[in-house]
Design a protein around this ligand. Structure first.
Ligand code: HEM
Length: 155
């Protein structure tokens, strides 16, 4: 099917918002992880698992991840689930804070349609992680309530 000139399609068939590009993905990743590393809830987890010298490579990997998710570039070939299952202390307060900080970041840096896309995808992935972690730990996954990114938290 023909698409209007200048539009881009994600492999899923959805239109990619015209304002979204690699520079915006990179800016979101850098701003989010700068906040995340300083955060009192999720900072200690990131700073324990990722040594200082590995941060540049980690930011490149996460940029590839979001570029693949939202721009369909296919640059990320990793498996995020095992990386999270391997973090024993990971629990709902971490996911809630991660999603709130992420939402705050994309609302600061992106036009509303792009911010909504980031948030929607992060919520789906975050809830999948929670489900798989609960199964892995032998907890009852039916106890889980769907988590949303929630309201802005002021910095
Ligand atoms: C909620 C949505 C989340 C998304 C979309 C996400 C995404 C990712 C991705 C793509 C990776 C790279 C995995 C790889 O290929 O090595 C990663 C790694 C990591 N994530 Fe998340 N994550 C989320 C939640 C969290 C939370 C809540 C925490 C805890 C504070 C967390 C902590 C980490 C850490 C420490 C790593 C590095 C793991 C390692 O290198 O061993 N993530 N995340």
């Amino acid at each position: 099917m023909d698409q209007p000139a200048g539009t881009r399609l994600h492999p899923s068939g959805r239109l990619i918002p015209p304002e979204l590009d690699e520079a915006m993905v990179r800016a979101v990743v850098e701003s989010f992880y700068a906040k995340a590393r300083r955060d009192d809830v999720i900072g200690p987890v990131f700073n324990r698992v990722i040594p200082d010298e590995e941060w540049p490579a980690h930011l490149d990997k996460i940029t590839d991840f979001w570029s693949s998710m939202l721009l369909g570039t296919g640059r990320y070939r990793g498996r995020p689930m095992p990386a999270h299952i391997a973090i024993p202390e990971l629990a709902d307060p971490h996911f809630q804070r991660w999603l709130s900080l992420f939402r705050m970041t994309v609302e600061e840096l992106c036009p509303p349609a792009v911010a909504a896309l980031f948030v929607e995808r992060a919520e789906v992935i975050g809830n999948n992680f929670r489900l798989r972690i609960a199964q892995f730990r032998g907890e009852d996954p039916h106890q889980l309530k769907l988590m949303r990114a929630g309201t802005r938290i002021e910095s």
